[in-house]
Write a protein that binds this ligand. Sequence first.
Ligand SMILES: Cc1cc2nc3c(=O)[nH]c(=O)nc-3n(C[C@H](O)[C@H](O)[C@H](O)COP(=O)(O)OP(=O)(O)OC[C@H]3O[C@@H](n4cnc5c(N)ncnc54)[C@H](O)[C@@H]3O)c2cc1C
Ligand code: FES
Length: 282
Amino acid sequence: MQSVVATAQEESVYLPVMARLLQVRQMTKLEKLFTLELPGARSLGHDPGQFVGVSLLGIGEAPISISSSPSRSNGTFELCVRNVGDVTNAMHGLEPGDVLGIRGPFGHGFPVDKMKGKDILFAAGGLGLAPLRSLINQVLDERGSFDRVIILYGTKHPSEILFPEELDEWAGRDDVEFHMTVDRGDDDWTGNVGVITTLFPKITINPRNTVAAICGPPIMYRFVLMEMMGKGIPETQIYLSLERRMKCGVGKCGHCQINNVYCCQDGPVFRYSDVKGLEEAL
Ligand SMILES: Cc1cc2nc3c(=O)[nH]c(=O)nc-3n(C[C@H](O)[C@H](O)[C@H](O)COP(=O)(O)OP(=O)(O)OC[C@H]3O[C@@H](n4cnc5c(N)ncnc54)[C@H](O)[C@@H]3O)c2cc1C
Ligand code: FES
């Protein structure tokens, strides 16, 4: 187990810092985007793929990925939150000016430096776009340091599409190859219909020069991994984010443990070659 990392906390990693909610935006029926500011507008200092523990007094704490990019921090950070339970439901009731507890940032994110000079292939499914957006915007802000940028995004239905303005912007860039799909269309949908793997025949890959980043619902991983490896991308060049139920976030309580791996601290982003042999990891 690694040592407890430095975080936004000044005293202890177990004590939340109270952050102020600056903005709340309804993104879909179930998801809201929260813009937050730490005291003194100090930087959260995160890497793409890391997460924070978000707490509300008397309710509890939930791990949430940081959705904004470090390159766009501007003294604030963003969390895209689906309303599924106690903490997230209470968060959805908050308004600008309210405060909530933040611990972190925790864990290991995507290895941005190792990705430099490579083609980057992103595969995001549903809410998995929230953490990948942090990495995508970081890569786009340092566009000259990367080779091709290929983004694949799939949702169940057009009404569940997240960050639509940003998707339009990515799709409109001539230095980004953007493909998206929905499982089921509606009357207005003119794009691809089918699961995310139906996008793979549309792209060409130079496997040795490609680094892939995957985030989405558990069911997606197996099939996306098969497509990526079918295109010849080495297992050592595929990174994925794993979700486990978490408590401490710092490798102490064992809630997120898979064999000798602590998802909260060794991950949540792992290299596929490092976790493929772990029972129940995927
Ligand atoms: C690293 C990481 C990053 C994440 N990032 C995001 C993100 O960016 N956005 C986001 O919206 N979510 C994210 N999540 C998921 C989020 O943390 C969970 O949905 C969390 O449970 C929400 O907390 P809650 O109190 O609102 O829900 P809970 O009250 O915990 O309920 C959530 C769901 O789990 C079920 N449940 C509750 N307790 C248990 C139990 N003991 N065993 C099994 N099921 C149970 C509930 O019935 C409900 O369906 C992330 C999770 C991890 C681990
Ligand atoms: S959440 Fe406590 S060890 Fe990972």
